[in-house]
Write a protein that binds this ligand. Structure first.
Ligand code: AMP
Length: 394
């Protein structure tokens, strides 16, 4: 078991908390503050226990100087002030006198947010390459390091693995919750255990399929990735998305686990990806050359529901249709409705699946919506996450 924030006396200590404030933003306006809200339990615990709270996070990617302005964490500081009902001192730099002075002035319960850690990537990718000198400098600013950035825990960066290798450390409540819920679901699932996989490409989910096909009772496959499986079965999928390099992989999975893999029996097809395109339902053995299959059809929803209704654990990663467009979001919505009524543990993998179900109005209808995209996938692949691995065991 990993040490947590609760294993430390925080009073008057400078506690660096690595959060995941990597929220979608447009022109410095936060479009969705879920990740900020998800970090509050740990931050409030530190404040209430008299820590001097030093917050760090990355935001977006910094490749050139023009990326800086659009990826400042200043709007996050403002939103945090509203959510915490207290002053959050924002330092627009990742190192230097101003930052050191602000930390020196801190009192028990005060909060400082440091600028986007990836500003350091502009000069030799110091954050993303886990530069030792940078990690040592950041570690010198604090007494204790708490990693609560689940969404970054699959990365080996200076602001997670680097600092944690130097300071006494622990995980925060968000990482604890993510690992407990996802870990329990795959290591000791209540059965039947069903996985729904969708999204665009088979390639991104090979590791997940390989790991979960051994553990799960059923894998329901929808979304763009379903059509590579249908091709592997010898069916015509017209102009639907096909991941040519992975047809053989799909064949192998179908050969070895045919009773576990459930594929669409019908589909919503169109000639173009647009809300104004004419749509029709095509059974999977009757997709025409010009058709693009963009959602699962009503018979498939019924079929998937038969498996879901009897499930006790469901993990879902990847929308089962092109759900950003209303015409092709019905399948994803129908499955949301089914899951929201289940007496089961229901877990939504992060990234696109989380945005889809939230945008469709199902934010509070599941046991858990993960805050990680890549990190969740790697956990589902059965991999160890470096940002969590580095934390000391009790
Ligand atoms: P992923 O990041 O792999 O989970 O993929 C999510 C993306 O897959 C979303 O942008 C969906 O629009 C897209 N997607 C889902 N179903 C389809 C489909 N049938 N054809 C093309 N793209 C799809």
């Amino acid at each position: 078991m990993k040490k947590t924030i609760k294993d430390y006396n925080l009073y008057d200590k400078k506690v660096i908390i690595r959060c995941d404030f990597n929220v979608p933003m447009e022109n410095n306006i936060i479009l969705d503050d879920n990740r900020i809200v998800a970090s509050l339990d740990t931050i409030e615990y530190a404040i209430n226990n008299g820590a001097k709270v030093i917050l760090m996070s990355h935001l977006g990617r910094i490749k050139e100087a023009s990326d800086l302005i659009n990826n400042t964490l200043e709007p996050v500081a403002k939103r945090l002030e509203e959510l915490l009902h207290r002053k959050v001192v924002f330092i627009g730099e990742t190192r230097g006198k101003k930052l050191e002075k602000a930390i020196k002035k801190m009192r028990a319960g005060s909060v400082v947010l440091i600028q986007n850690t990836r500003y350091e990537d502009l000069d030799g990718k110091k954050e993303s390459n886990n530069d030792l000198q940078l990690a040592s400098y950041w570690a010198s600013l604090g007494d204790i390091y708490i990693n609560d950035a689940f969404g970054t825990s699959h990365r080996n960066h200076a602001s997670n693995v680097g600092i944690a290798s130097i300071l006494p450390n622990g995980v925060g409540f968000l990482i604890e919750k993510e690992v407990n819920i996802l870990g329990r679901a795959i290591n000791n699932p209540k059965r039947p255990f069903t996985v729904i996989l969708g999204g665009a490409k088979v390639n991104d989910k090979i590791g997940v399929i390989e790991n979960l096909v051994k553990i799960a009772d059923y894998i329901l496959i929808g979304g763009g990735m379903a059509y590579t499986f249908l091709v592997a079965k010898g069916l015509n999928v017209g102009k639907s998305l096909v991941d040519k390099e992975n047809i053989d992989f799909c064949k192998k999975i179908l050969d070895n686990y045919s009773s576990k893999i459930i594929l669409p029996v019908d589909n919503i097809v169109a000639n173009e990806i647009s809300n104004s395109s004419l749509v029709r339902v095509a059974t999977s053995d009757n997709i025409k050359d010009l058709d693009i299959a963009l959602d699962i059809g009503p018979k498939t929803v019924e079929l998937f529901n038969q498996y879901l209704i009897k499930s006790k654990t469901v993990i879902w990663n990847g929308p089962v249709g092109f759900s950003e467009i209303k015409n092709f979001s019905k399948g994803t919505k129908a499955l949301c409705e089914t899951l929201s009524k289940l007496d089961a543990i229901t877990i939504i993998g992060g990234g696109d699946t989380a945005s889809s179900v939230i945008n469709l109005g199902f934010k509070d209808k599941f046991t858990h919506i993960s805050t990680g995209g890549g990190a969740t996938l790697e956990l589902l692949e059965g991999k160890n996450l470096p940002g969590i691995n580095v934390i000391s065991d009790i």
